[in-house]
Write a protein that binds this ligand. Structure first.
Ligand SMILES: [Zn+2]
Length: 144
């Protein structure tokens, strides 16, 4: 009797294995990485694509300035939606803008558009991020 070669895997066996397609699904589904944005699952990423975790949902303007002085990045959405809905694109401050704000006066809630306004602190192993929502001005510049 001839020796059998390796039998083909059944569909069930294949489906039970982690495959490239599952990995791709993680990148393209609701958990897709959005550089500097929020995906459908509500996960928020820094501009390098590293997932951020919310550290504080409401920080003071002084605390935000302290975080900035310590090297935090700043991102803003000016409509006050919270940033996790389509149609609102958070704006990240450039390194040059961040440098100009370090050591300066803390941000100001202007109320100029009567948008819901607050500051969040996010972080990951790369660093921290201040997320400014609504009518926030920093260093005389309206954010978002
Ligand atoms: Zn918004």
């Amino acid at each position: 009797m001839a020796k059998k070669g390796p039998r083909a895997k059944t569909f069930a066996e294949l489906a039970g294995e982690p495959t490239w397609s599952e990995t791709a699904a993680v990148r393209t589904g609701q958990h897709a990485v959005r550089l500097g944005g929020t995906n459908v699952a509500g996960e928020f990423f820094d501009p390098s694509g590293n997932r951020l975790a919310l550290e504080a949902a409401d920080v003071s303007t002084d605390a935000a300035q302290e975080a900035l002085d310590a090297g935090a990045l700043v991102v803003a959405e000016s409509c006050g939606c919270g940033g996790d809905f389509g149609g609102c694109t958070p704006v990240w401050l450039s390194n040059q803008q961040l440098r100009s704000l370090r050591g300066g006066p803390p941000p100001v809630f202007t109320g100029s558009h009567r948008a819901p306004t607050w500051l969040e602190l996010w972080g990951n192993t790369e660093g921290r991020v201040i997320y400014a929502h609504g009518d926030v001005s920093w260093g005389g510049m309206a954010l978002g």
